[in-house]
Design a protein around this ligand. Structure first.
Ligand code: MN
Length: 240
């Protein structure tokens, strides 16, 4: 039995293979797990729980089915699906986590976060994040018709793609001081995040201790999962 961590699946009707792979993962490995943690960007875009896009139904049902198998599922917002709310949580049985969450996994205190908060060198992104995470902005956005919301989301996505193409790789990675600060603030030496799509395990020194930062991979070309059991953790890819 293992606790499983995934992020950055970016599920989208236009990329059906990722959805198929995720549904298969839910029916197989996830059903044998101690718990499943989804650390954001499960969806490429989420414009509100009241969107009845039929492409989302199998995913919601797949998660609900996991719940019926009594596997605890936890969900943390990413920068694409931060509008996931209570209705989604009720439909899937996933428990919503806050943007920084400390959990104990096999006796180790671990900080979980999507990862975008740690990319402090990307100032324009952080400004945009502050805007769209503002409750007033979200209320106004959610009051618009679904069709208009979809148009705004597509616009934002196009703008973000242009911005990304103009930014250096370095600016879009996590900032080392931000990582150290977050780990200190939560009193942990282990951190798991996604967002950067640069899967890896990084060991470094933090105030005289060995600290570990585990980065989950994106699901564009294949699945990616962190498995953590009594024997330790492994970061693996799921072949298609
Ligand atoms: Mn992200």
């Amino acid at each position: 039995m293992a606790t499983l961590f995934i992020s950055d699946l970016h599920l989208d009707a236009e990329q059906p293979r990722s959805t198929e792979q995720f549904l298969d993962f839910l029916k197989t490995e996830a059903q044998q797990a101690d718990a499943l943690y989804i650390l954001g960007d499960l969806f490429e875009a989420w414009i509100g729980d009241d969107d009845t896009d039929p492409a989302n139904a199998p995913i919601v049902n797949g998660l609900a089915d996991l719940r019926r198998h009594r596997i605890p599922c936890f969900f943390m917002h990413g920068n694409r699906d931060f509008l996931i709310g209570r209705r989604f949580a009720a439909a899937t049985g996933c428990e919503l986590l806050s943007e920084n969450e400390v959990v104990e996994i096999n006796g180790v205190r671990v900080l979980l976060t999507h990862g975008d908060l740690l990319c402090t060198d990307d100032e324009p992104y952080q400004a945009l994040r502050a805007q769209v995470r503002n409750p007033g902005w979200q209320r106004e956005f959610l009051s618009k018709p679904v069709k208009e919301r979809r148009r705004i989301a597509n616009d934002l996505r196009a703008k973000s793609q242009t911005a990304i193409s103009e930014k250096s790789e370095e600016i879009m990675d996590v900032n080392e001081s931000a990582v150290a600060e977050a780990m200190r603030a939560y009193g942990v030496t282990t951190l798991i995040h996604g967002h950067t799509h640069r899967p890896g395990i990084h060991e470094f020194e933090l105030d005289g201790n060995v600290a570990t930062r585990i980065v989950l991979g994106a699901w564009y070309d294949q699945g990616s999962v962190l498995r953590w059991n009594d024997g330790g953790f492994t970061l693996a890819t799921l072949d298609r």
